[in-house]
Design a protein around this ligand. Structure first.
Ligand SMILES: [Zn+2]
Length: 61
């Protein structure tokens, strides 16, 4: 339960650096989980501005 969400791109990892955008601005206060398998063909990914496959938080505080 050490998963953290990136405040910059919402990518979920176990830190301390976001593997997606290299930001260290991570939060453990997040909710909702979206798994993106194929960002190019996902409407949800497009709407959220996601370009790489992975797990993402819906909301990050
Ligand atoms: Zn990030």
């Amino acid at each position: 339960m050490t998963d953290k969400a990136c405040k910059n791109c919402r990518f979920i990892s176990n830190g301390p650096v976001c593997p997606n955008c290299k930001s260290t601005n991570l939060s453990d206060d997040w909710s909702g989980l979206i798994v993106i398998m194929d960002a190019a063909s996902s409407e949800v990914a497009k709407r959220m501005g996601i370009t790489a496959p992975g797990r993402y938080a819906v909301r990050v505080r």
